[in-house]
Design a protein around this ligand. Structure first.
Ligand SMILES: Nc1ncnc2c1ncn2[C@@H]1O[C@H](COP(=O)(O)OP(=O)(O)OP(=O)(O)O)[C@@H](O)[C@H]1O
Ligand SMILES: [Mg+2]
Length: 228
């Protein structure tokens, strides 16, 4: 079976900076695997996420070397739509991810951009609202929701493109305990459904979801042995 993610000898430094943030990363993630990445602040966890979904080098510039493949296809050869249909990222701050006037519009945004048929878009909205437990908020303005609810909608917007790979970059860090549990519940469901999941989390309590934990330290990856 081909790997969901296959990173080979990846180096990256931001434009204008001296030091390599990623200094030779090799990582294979199998389909259906839940991988947690831990590491101290500034060690390049988010940078690795940006490289995985093409934000680096498309939006954030710098010097990138090595290979990143998703389902055997080079990320650099994939356009934005292809990438979004294969890998979705949920970031720390839901406010930076939401921009539509209603929850429904937010979730429909991606599928509409892919010009999917109306019925298909409707079916995806229903499915995502059910999966995230947010059916009652369909016509709400996302601004009126709690942090946890906003994050569930940000996740819903990503899920509406039905990517096999989901990346959570400290997605629970700013969320209250009730919201965290709800998000964790959805992540568990996604795991059970065989999605490939990359979780970056400072809270070791959330690591129990992961099949495997790796440590990113000074630009290199190690098996996590309990110490940062
Ligand atoms: N756009 C950028 N331009 C230049 N340097 C950057 C940029 N973004 C991040 N960096 C630098 O790259 C390094 C790694 O940052 P990154 O955000 O990837 O770390 P992180 O492990 O995600 O940290 P945290 O746990 O705080 O989220 C830091 O030194 C940071 O200052
Ligand atoms: Mg980060």
């Amino acid at each position: 079976m081909i790997s969901a993610v296959d990173i080979e000898n990846l180096y990256f430094k931001y434009r204008g900076m001296e030091e390599y943030i990623l200094g030779g990363i090799d990582l294979k993630i199998e389909q259906g695997e839940v991988l947690a990445i831990v590491g101290l602040s500034g060690n390049g966890k988010s940078t690795l996420c940006y490289a995985l979904n093409g934000i680096i080098p498309n939006t954030l510039k710098g010097e990138l070397r090595g290979n990143i493949k998703i389902f055997d296809q080079h990320v650099k050869d994939m356009n934005r739509a292809e990438l979004a249909s294969k890998i979705g990222v949920v970031f720390q701050d839901p406010d930076t991810q939401l921009f539509s006037p209603t929850v429904e519009d937010e979730i429909a945004f991606g599928p509409e951009n892919l010009c999917l048929p109306r019925e298909e878009i409707g079916a995806r909205i229903d499915h995502v609202l059910k999966l995230t437990g947010m059916e009652a908020y369909r016509y709400e303005n996302p601004n009126n929701l709690s942090g946890g609810e906003k994050q569930l909608i940000a996740l819903g917007a990503v899920l509406s493109l039905e990517p096999n790979i989901l990346v959570f970059d400290e997605a629970m860090a700013q969320i209250d305990d009730v919201g965290k549990e709800r998000i964790k519940g959805v992540v568990k469901k996604l795991k059970d459904r065989g999605k490939t999941i990359i979780m970056i989390d400072h809270d070791f309590n959330n690591l129990d979801i992961a099949h495997r934990v790796v440590l990113l330290k000074k630009g290199k990856l190690y098996d996590f042995k309990g110490e940062l």
